[in-house]
Design a protein around this ligand. Structure first.
Ligand code: AMP
Ligand code: FES
Ligand code: ZN
Length: 308
């Protein structure tokens, strides 16, 4: 098979796009696709500073690499979740990438923060799935770091497979408020929040893995040992089977939703009206969701120590 762009021997076949590329042309194709997503959704301009949340996995490192190649002003943020060897390996991957490319990286390690709580401890004391606490912790620390650093935008590496699985889950349960919020660009609803964007929303997991590999990026292959809610994986498997029979189905599902259905659900959400009494970030009550969770964990931990 020949490369669609330069007609030399193709090394990457993309069934969803019914095309194939050689190494250099695939890299060009990937970066151009991300650039088009950024422009189409007006995510940010070259004058704006972008904080890229990098987990050490293929998607967020491929995203950072692409934004740098496209000439954007970026800095990285790595959040150490305290999940044993998985977290240490992820931090190493991000640090290696940042220093090799001379990029500024901020590392926030949960255990070293004022609350001193890693994800395993939070999950243990709340007796909930680790991912539930993890989502709240990530959102809080991403918001806080983006605000503190004066960034205009926070970018994450959520890819097409993530977006399609999330959409399927939201549609299966008709989660109207979640459908309203499912968009690659979320405008801030408070002055302490920044715009949140997902520039890889039209790029598949396969494409970002291929891109990272061809660019020689050393990323962490293992998924978090807590694995993302089993249901998300079921949705991904189903969508992969559909994609097998109908190449391009995932892309159509997500982009047609955004074009035709999202405007029907979208309402301008009210922002949190208050400032959290504990951390100062936006809140709907006295405390923000993160501080409520931390207070619950500390309460349970104190009780456990008292009974031991
Ligand atoms: P996930 O929630 O693991 O599917 O990750 C989605 C996106 O969130 C990744 O592509 C990253 O941009 C960001 N992210 C996840 N975990 C971390 C982390 N520990 N540090 C920084 N960014 C992260
Ligand atoms: Fe959050 Fe695994 S529990 S990444
Ligand atoms: Zn708070």
């Amino acid at each position: 098979m020949k490369c669609k762009r330069c007609a030399t021997k193709a090394t990457v076949q993309l069934r969803s796009h019914n095309t194939a590329f050689c190494k250099d042309c695939f890299i060009f194709f990937f970066q151009r696709n991300v650039e088009r997503s950024i422009e189409r959704e007006r995510m940010f301009t070259r004058d704006e500073r972008i904080l890229v949340a990098v987990s050490g996995g293929k998607d967020s490192l491929a995203l950072w690499d692409t934004l740098v190649a496209l000439g954007h002003q970026t800095e990285g943020l790595y959040l150490g979740l305290g999940i044993g060897e998985y977290s240490s390996a992820s931090q190493r991957a991000v640090e290696v990438y940042a220093s090799a490319h001379d990029l500024k990286l901020t590392v926030v390690r949960l255990e070293e923060e004022e609350d001193g709580l890693g994800i395993p401890e939070a999950a243990f004391f709340t007796r909930r799935q680790p991912c539930a606490a993890c989502g709240t912790f990530k959102r809080h620390h991403f918001d806080r770091a983006a605000h503190a650093g004066g960034f205009a935008v926070l970018a994450t590496g959520h890819n097409l497979d993530d977006e399609a699985a999330r959409l399927l889950g939201n549609v299966l349960h008709w989660q109207l408020p979640y459908l309203a919020k499912q968009h690659p660009v979320l405008q801030p609803t408070h002055e302490k929040f920044v715009r949140k964007v997902r520039p890889l929303y039209r790029t598949s997991e396969y494409e970002s893995a291929t891109y990272a590999f061809l660019r020689g990026i050393r990323y962490v292959v293992e998924e978090c040992p807590n694995s993302h809610g089993a249901t998300q994986l079921v949705y991904k498997e189903m969508l992969n089977r559909l994609e097998e029979k109908m190449p391009g189905a995932k892309l159509g599902f997500v982009t047609d939703f955004l074009r035709h259905a999202h405007p029907l659900f979208a309402a301008t959400p009210d922002g949190p009206p208050l400032d959290c009494e504990r951390c100062g970030m936006p809140a709907f009550g006295e405390l923000c969701g993160y501080c409520r969770l931390v207070a619950e964990i500390i309460r349970r931990r104190t009780r456990a120590v008292a009974h031991s």
